[in-house]
Design a protein around this ligand. Structure first.
Ligand code: FES
Length: 100
């Protein structure tokens, strides 16, 4: 099942392919979000999920129960379960997308 990602405050809507993380979907669209480890450990990519739900690629992403309850997500390992809205104010839409 594919989904869409609405990225705020940019306001753009991006497709998310099956098995693609929210970070990967943004990069594929040429939007570089803040990130580092890309495995759910460093928390550099932390953002707020404003609508929708996600599941994680890893068993224990680096979020506390309180952070999860507050809507915090780690886009590098978050897979959408349907359409989602993510707020990540730190982005560079002008830079080319790159994956290591
Ligand atoms: S980039 Fe490190 S937790 Fe997402």
């Amino acid at each position: 099942m594919s989904a869409t990602l609405r990225l705020e405050p940019l306001g753009c809507v991006l497709p998310v392919a099956e098995g693609q993380s929210l970070l990967e979907a943004a990069l594929a669209a040429g939007i570089r979000l803040r990130s580092s480890c890309r495995n759910g450990t460093c928390r550099e990519c932390i953002a707020t999920l404003e609508a929708g739900t996600v599941r994680y690629r890893v068993d224990w992403p680096g979020l506390s129960p309180d952070e999860r309850a507050a809507g915090c997500v780690l886009p590098c390992v978050a897979l959408p379960e349907g359409d989602v809205v993510l707020r990540q104010p730190f982005h560079d839409a002008a830079a080319p997308a790159s994956m290591p």
